[in-house]
Design a protein around this ligand. Structure first.
Ligand code: ADP
Ligand code: MG
Length: 357
């Protein structure tokens, strides 16, 4: 069932000539027990959407429902929602235990409940040994866990996390990604997680909403978003991709000027003769000797990357393409700069993109 329902939500900051539309008609349904990620570049409206759900901002139009209930009349502290902020916002002079129990005390929970829940949270984030340390006496990663424990302690229905890992170094961030995923599974709480990091989003999420310029462009599983991008922006923001200008010939056939025909399984409503952009991931391209079963190209560069090799090749129309192959395969050793090659892609790996709004 649906945990958070966002309907035609818009947010305009300021007014008149200085008005700025930070969110533009955003709709999304976030399911119960889901790890849901808002992914997009800085300034696209991720934090604004979280702040609206939390109640720190009021919508200009549209509505937000939690478990089917309209939240607009409820102040932040009366919403079954809690937030983990980017900077943690911990109390440095307090101990780990005091930080975790603080929110429960503010809510007026009974003393024995505060004690048992705090102990449970310390276990959950594996900080029992640090219980009596001050915040200034623990590491950044441990502070991150305290912030999580504190936000989880009141057992919110929905936990909002605004780029909570961005302050951590790479290795710690990778560890915490797995840890966060475990916490979400163990607690069964719906997580709405914000990041601008595509790898992070792909690794952790059940579903991802890709945002740009105050809009949600595409919502789907990590696999959907990666394999079946529907917009140029989505295709380019997540991973590497080749974009090929083409013309639709009907029935999934597309013509690339001066190069040949490429098939796609993507069923689109493009009329014959309509311009289309084809998107192909580098790892989906098969290189071979030139043949009638493949399209022609010339290798322009071979770049060794340790685990894999990137072949740059040029098409007759001058377009530069990239193919990627793992270094334990025959393809990774077979081609050198200047070689004439054939390239092919399975029709299931060719996406037809819409122009972005
Ligand atoms: P993100 O979290 O994706 O980086 P934000 O939601 O913080 O983006 O901001 C989206 C846009 O709205 C930005 O251009 C930002 O400058 C603007 N914005 C955010 N908050 C305010 C505010 N209180 N007043 C005016 N503009 C704001
Ligand atoms: Mg932000």
């Amino acid at each position: 069932s649906v945990a958070v329902s966002v309907r035609s939500l818009s947010k305009v900051f300021g007014s008149g000539a200085s008005a700025f539309r930070a969110l533009d008609d955003v709709s999304v349904e976030i399911r119960q027990n889901e790890f849901f990620t808002l992914l997009g570049p800085s300034g696209c409206g991720k934090t604004t959407l979280l702040r609206l759900i939390a109640g720190f901002e009021q919508p200009s139009s549209g509505e937000i429902l939690l478990d089917g209930e309209d939240l607009s009349a409820r102040p932040p502290y009366q919403r079954p929602v809690n937030t983990v902020f980017q900077n943690y916002a911990l109390f440095p002079h307090m101990t780990v235990t005091e930080n975790i129990s603080f929110g429960l005390e503010m809510l007026g929970r009974p003393k024995d409940e505060i004690k048992s829940v705090t102990a449970e949270m310390l276990r959950l984030v594996r900080l029992e040994a640090m219980a009596d340390r001050r915040i200034t006496q623990i590491s950044g990663g441990q502070q991150q866990r305290v912030a999580l424990a504190r936000a989880l302690a009141p057992k919110p229905k929905v936990l909002l996390l605004d780029e909570p890992l961005s302050a951590l170094d790479l290795q710690l961030r990778k560890d915490m990604q797995l840890e966060l995923k475990r916490l979400q599974t163990d607690t069964g709480i719906t997580f709405v997680f914000v990041t601008h990091d595509q790898d992070e989003a792909l690794t952790m999420s059940d579903r991802i909403a890709v945002m740009n310029g105050g809009e949600i462009l595409q919502i789907g599983s990590p696999r959907d978003i990666y394999d079946k991008p529907q917009h140029r922006f989505v295709a380019g923001f997540i991973g590497e991709i080749n974009l090929l200008p083409a013309v639709s010939m009907g029935e999934g056939e597309h013509s690339i000027a001066g190069v040949g025909l490429l098939r796609s399984d993507d069923v689109t409503a493009l009329p014959n003769g309509a311009a289309a952009t084809l998107a192909v991931r580098p790892e989906r391209i098969t290189l071979s000797k030139p043949s009638t079963a493949s399209l022609p190209g010339v290798i322009s560069n071979v770049v060794y990357h340790g685990t894999d090799t990137i072949f740059h090749f040029r098409l007759a129309d001058g377009l530069e393409m990239r193919a990627r192959s793992q270094n334990n395969t025959a393809q990774s050793r077979s081609f050198a700069k200047g070689d004439d090659i054939g390239w092919s892609v399975d029709a299931s790996s060719v996406s037809v993109l819409a122009d972005d709004p």
